[in-house]
Design a protein around this ligand. Structure first.
Ligand code: URA
Length: 220
């Protein structure tokens, strides 16, 4: 049966499986498993990140939760009505995503935050399935180039035809889905000023407007 989420002991990437085992010994209280996608099964928007951070999503078991990058991501989703409740850096906060889901290009925490190309390729199976089981999907926000490239490949598109550029968006041929590029909201990118909160918010403002237009045209 096709499945959009890996099992807790997914063996497909030997290096990541070995890292998971060692983390289970070093950090027995952490989640230490592929981090499942989080959000609304009826999502119109899918956000694709890179991979869980060791002490963030790999600890808490929810994408971006407890990671530095999650502070900007969740505050932005709350600001644009794509989440409700309060983000308290724990899955117990009861935060809910509205019309939105978050996933990662690579579901397991990689050593030094760097997945190997082969791991990105292997894990794409789950990204492809995830995209395929969202019946209302209209928009995908890719956070950074790795998410961008893996999402293009998952959609069967040629990378050269859809170059990554922060703020760019691309129509997906033969599909109602539009792809929106953003720099990753990582600590490095925000600390260096590569990505400011205002640049990030502009992406989500554009996406929300796009979803409203696309919803209205569904009704017409
Ligand atoms: N946490 C995630 O879950 N994904 C990222 O890309 C970064 C942090």
């Amino acid at each position: 049966m096709e499945c959009a989420e890996p099992s807790r002991d997914c063996p497909l990437c030997p290096r990541l499986a070995a890292f998971r085992e060692s983390n289970r010994t070093s950090f027995p209280d952490f989640f230490n498993a592929p981090v499942p996608s989080f959000g609304d099964a009826e999502a119109q928007l899918l956000i694709v990140g890179l991979a869980p951070g060791l002490r963030g999503a790999n600890r808490t078991g929810r994408p971006f939760t407890g990671d530095y990058a999650g502070q900007l991501l969740y505050s932005t989703l709350l600001k644009f009505g794509l989440a409700s409740g309060e983000y308290l850096e724990t899955p117990a906060d009861g935060l809910r995503l509205q019309r939105c889901m978050i996933t990662n290009a690579v579901r397991c925490v990689p050593p030094a935050n760097k997945p190997e190309p082969s791991e990105i390729n292997i894990c794409r199976h789950f990204l492809t399935q995830r995209i395929g089981v969202l019946p209302k999907l209209r928009a995908i926000v890719v956070l950074g180039r790795i998410a961008h490239d893996s999402t293009l490949r998952a959609l069967g598109l040629k990378l050269a035809a859809f170059p990554f550029r922060h703020g760019a968006s691309h129509a997906v041929p033969g599909s109602p889905v539009r792809l929106f590029d953003s720099y990753h909201c990582s600590r490095y990118n925000t600390n260096t000023g590569m990505l400011t909160p205002s640049m990030f918010e502009t992406v989500f403002k554009t996406v929300r407007t796009y979803l409203e237009i696309s919803n209205n045209s569904d009704v017409d």
